[in-house]
Design a protein around this ligand. Structure first.
Ligand code: SF4
Length: 336
């Protein structure tokens, strides 16, 4: 993957109080990228009311700010706590991206410079919990992508490496893990590689790493001593999905290292598709596949669609069969 070079950088004045903030501004100034001062990362007037068709252009911007509210949220899926961490948003253009439902066209990458404050909140929570817990980093972003800009994932991994009673976890659709291989993780971090069939990645997950790149990244991380899982998400029931997913499982079985398969845990998440996704995709990527299939989907909550039970349940049983056949040593953490 190429390194992300933004076309514009918007920054809060406060960013200059942080060494990392000053370095980032200096880096982009040297590249002659326009630097625009803003009052607050969530109130950029010139970006707030842009039409939907501007979405892909705005995804090339980088916003630098500080996170004002840092409150860990309890979770019962991939972690015990979700940590609001050093970024939100992303440079990729997955057609179903959940962030588009929250931030609409403003789901560009924002990097927050006050990482010590976030890590202090984690430490307070660890002390309070008094027993081992798992902490999810980057649930509103992709930390592997962010790490190529800030090095914050490597930093966080090493911070968790020094802590007791805590495991960090993160999911990614990117493969740029080389910087993480030598991190002193002390066995306190696990990675979940998000995978989908080759055809789905090509037609739906624009701007992310290919399946083979993600598989190589998973193997490298396992070799570097990390625990590695798969996050098969989101499951998309497009025509021909059975064959596409079977081929994906075959490829995983052939190309994941045997010792990775021996410790493998798998999460499966069926797609939720929001009306903001539909509207923004139609306006900004009109040639892309339309994922809103009202024959197979039902309203899950206002403006959000999911697969009807008859399709979802049949698909779940087929996917469980593929896992038994191709990855028999794996454990399924959850299916939602
Ligand atoms: Fe959204 Fe994740 Fe895709 Fe980025 S990689 S666009 S955060 S779904």
């Amino acid at each position: 993957m190429r390194v992300f070079i933004p076309t514009k950088v918007y920054f809060e004045q406060e960013v200059k109080e942080y060494e990392q903030g000053r370095e980032l501004l200096e880096r982009y100034e040297k590249l002659n990228i326009p630097l625009i001062q803003i009052e607050a990362h969530h109130k950029i007037e010139e970006l707030r009311h842009q039409p939907d068709k501007e979405f892909t252009r705005m995804k090339k911007y980088l916003i630098l700010g500080t996170r004002k509210t840092i409150k860990l949220t309890p979770n019962d899926k991939s972690a015990d706590f979700i940590v609001p961490f050093t970024s939100s948003g992303c440079t990729a253009l997955c057609l179903y991206c959940y962030l588009v439902c929250h931030y609409k066209t403003n789901s560009y990458l924002r990097v927050f410079l006050n990482r010590d404050e976030m890590m202090n909140k984690v430490k307070q929570t660890i002390n309070k919990a008094g027993e081992h817990k798992i902490y999810e980093l980057g649930c509103n972003s992709d930390m592997v992508l962010e790490n190529t800009i800030t090095g914050n994932l490597r930093w966080a991994i090493e911070e968790f490496g020094k802590l007791e009673n805590a495991t960090a976890t993160f999911a990614t659709k990117f493969d740029m893990v080389d910087d993480l291989l030598k991190a002193k993780h002390n066995g306190h971090t696990q990675m979940r590689v998000s995978v989908n069939p080759v055809e789905i990645i090509r037609r739906v997950e624009f701007g992310t790493s290919s399946l083979i790149e993600r598989i190589h990244a998973a193997n490298k991380m396992l070799e570097a001593g990390y625990r590695v899982g798969l996050n098969i998400a989101p499951i998309i029931l497009e025509d021909g999905w059975e064959l596409m997913y079977e081929e994906m499982f075959q490829q995983l079985a052939e190309q994941l290292l045997p010792k990775l398969k021996g410790q493998l845990f798998i999460e499966i998440i069926f797609m939720t598709y929001g009306l903001p996704n539909f509207n923004i995709n139609a306006a900004s990527m009109p040639k892309a596949v339309d994922l809103l299939n009202k024959d197979k989907m039902r309203l899950k909550s206002p403006g959000k669609y999911t697969y009807r039970n008859e399709y979802r349940n049949a698909a779940e049983s087929i996917l469980r069969g593929y896992i038994e056949k191709y990855l028999p040593e794996a454990t399924i953490s959850y299916i939602v």
